[in-house]
Design a protein around this ligand. Structure first.
Ligand SMILES: Cc1cc2nc3c(=O)[nH]c(=O)nc-3n(C[C@H](O)[C@H](O)[C@H](O)COP(=O)(O)OP(=O)(O)OC[C@H]3O[C@@H](n4cnc5c(N)ncnc54)[C@H](O)[C@@H]3O)c2cc1C
Length: 292
């Protein structure tokens, strides 16, 4: 074991990542740990850095494809309670990076704090949502982020205030950091109004994506000024399938996997669809899925 005595009880070797992802496919992490405290998380990153071991953060696995070869480094997950807390503040909420986005939304609605209820139905953690600026048509999470605490590659804790944060369409400037705490600014609003908004958002979202528990990914995002459904139809790719990987014909942009499909088959299908759509319509379909 390359990690010091201090971390040996925490680090698991050759940990399968497939069960931790929505697609349920992919290889192993050479090293895997679920730190119990911020100090442990920082210490693990610092040690990995000293030993030139690459580090990645796995949230809820709803936006990644892990290659069959797995990841030759340390994968951290922040699901332990101390790293997934959610508290109200004078102006909004403070959430640990590992907190589920759905729990953060429920807490905000229950506390009568508006701004996140439109995001109901997006899977994943608040850390994943902030790093990828999770969004629906009515808004994104980035516009609500006031401050972020994160661990840098040396294991140091850094704090980014609003003016140092950049959010674009499904992206941020936080890619090289591990987000451990997010402060959100929200507006006081009667809770019953928010419950209604959240339920409405959830109904719309549920009707537009495969049911929870399905082995699925949002493979493509809406092209600028166009629609994925139209682009796929124009390229004659609606419901296209290759082996056990298929595009959902009901939910444009989502792909589904079955049986023993491999990550490479999923990646191949995404690339083939992008090439074919561009060749027949000129539209460049973007994918925000992270490939490990
Ligand atoms: C059915 C379905 C519907 C979806 N609908 C939407 C939608 O409407 N809008 C939308 O924006 N997205 C949507 N997504 C995509 C996905 O849910 C979001 O991208 C989500 O925010 C990913 O969070 P996660 O915790 O699952 O991240 P993961 O998939 O675990 O990781 C994704 C990336 O974020 C990084 N990451 C995760 N947590 C952290 C952290 N704490 N610090 C640093 N990096 C981190 C990972 O390293 C990885 O690079 C959907 C996905 C599915 C399967």
């Amino acid at each position: 074991m390359v990690f010091s005595q201090r971390f040996q009880h925490l680090v698991r070797v050759n940990e399968p990542l497939a069960p931790l992802t929505w697609l349920q496919i992919g290889g192993e992490a050479k090293y895997f740990a679920e730190p119990h405290t911020l100090e442990e998380a920082q210490g693990l990153v610092a040690e990995a850095n000293q030993k030139s071991i690459p580090v990645r953060l796995l949230g809820d696995g709803s936006n990644i494809i892990v290659r069959s070869a797995g990841f030759e480094g340390l994968v951290l997950n922040l699901s332990n309670a101390a790293l997934a807390t959610i508290e109200t503040t004078a102006s909004g909420l403070l959430a640990g990076g590992g907190a589920k986005l759905s729990h953060v939304i429920s807490k905000s609605v229950g506390a009568g704090l508006a701004g996140l209820e439109y995001l109901a139905g997006i899977p994943g953690t608040i850390g994943g949502a902030v790093v990828g600026n999770a969004a629906v048509k009515n808004g994104d999470v980035g516009s609500r982020v006031h401050r972020v605490k994160a661990i840098n590659s040396a294991g140091e804790l850094v704090e980014l205030q609003r003016d140092a944060l950049q959010f674009g369409f499904r992206r941020s400037n936080l890619d090289d950091l591990i987000v451990v705490e997010v402060e959100l600014t929200l507006e006081p609003t009667p809770a019953d109004t928010l419950v209604r908004r959240m339920q409405a958002a959830w109904i719309v979202k549920r009707a537009a994506q495969p049911a929870s528990g399905t082995r699925t990914l949002q493979a493509f995002i809406e092209p600028d000024g166009g629609s994925i459904g139209e682009a796929l139809e124009a390229a004659d790719l609606k419901g296209y399938s290759s082996g056990e990987v298929s595009l959902s014909s009901q939910f444009p942009g989502f792909l589904l996997v079955g049986g023993d499909a491999t990550s490479e088959q999923v990646i191949e299908l995404i690339q083939k669809v992008q090439r074919s759509v561009e060749a027949s319509t000129g539209v460049q379909l973007q994918s925000q899925v992270r490939i490990w």
